[in-house]
Design a protein around this ligand. Structure first.
Ligand code: F6R
Length: 243
């Protein structure tokens, strides 16, 4: 694993944007795996800025997102569909038809998950998968004890994840309790993985995930088995790691 230490959140975002930019420049028709949450916001701003400056062209790039809440429509500001459009897609020249997000409104959620996995495969797999790290070690919405061999599937979110996500909602009761997520196997099949982490609050889980045993109780620990992972984390997030 390649570990890149950043000074702070913005430095992490810039360094991670360098890696995604290199991917898009070297393979303009690449498939990017994308994430939502607070970790990638700065990185997306950097990509938008570079696009506006004429340094990046996303017209041939394709994307697949990691996950989506079940039950939120596209126009719901808390849906990941809305998040991606607001923070990235509508600000760059990616073709809307080339962007893919699990359908959280499908009548048959299990079928929608299975179809999503087929979509990833039909695109030829993910070239570079961006991840954030959950406080409990989740990646995507693969909560602790999720079997490593699962592909895209529906999940019940844990109390810890519902609590963590409640910061984006008016009331705790508004936070969806289920989601559709790429599975750990779907994530591990990406050719390259980029995981970004910042802040003191994640120091303990970063240490467990990347320096502890590989175990389903810390889903991100599986990344230790992937041949091409880059962790870009700030000094606070790396403060408990023996570097
Ligand atoms: C988001 C996702 C989640 C987040 C994780 C960290 O699409 O799949 O795994 O990456 O919960 O969230 P933040 O970045 O908000 O701390």
């Amino acid at each position: 694993m390649n570990i890149i230490k950043a000074n702070n959140y913005d430095d992490m975002s810039r360094k991670a944007a360098n890696i995604i930019s290199a991917q898009v420049i070297l393979k303009p028709d690449c498939v990017l795996g994308l994430a939502t949450g607070s970790s990638p916001l700065g990185l997306y701003s950097h990509l938008v800025e570079r696009y506006q400056q004429g340094d990046l062209d996303f017209s041939h790039t394709k994307s697949v997102n990691l996950d989506e809440y079940l039950g939120l429509t596209h126009d719901n500001p808390q849906s990941y569909y809305y998040f991606m459009n607001e923070n990235l897609f509508r600000k760059i020249n990616i073709v809307p038809e080339n962007t893919h997000i699990p359908d959280g409104t499908a009548a048959d959620a299990d079928k929608a998950c299975a179809d999503y996995e087929k979509t990833i495969q039909s695109l030829g797999g993910v070239d570079l998968q961006l991840l954030g790290l959950g406080n409990n070690g989740h990646i995507g919405f693969n909560e602790p004890e999720t079997p490593f061999e699962q592909t895209t599937h529906c999940v019940d979110l844990t109390e810890s994840t519902i609590q963590a996500n409640s910061r984006f909602f008016d009331k705790l009761e508004d936070v969806p309790t289920q989601a559709c997520t790429m599975g750990i196997k779907s994530i591990m099949m990406a050719r390259k993985i980029l995981i970004i982490v910042s802040g003191k609050g994640k120091a303990d889980i970063v240490h467990k995930a990347f320096f502890g045993p590989v175990t389903t109780s810390v889903p991100a620990s599986v990344l230790q088995l992937h041949p091409d992972v880059t962790l870009v984390a700030d000094a606070e997030a790396l403060s408990l790691c023996p570097l």
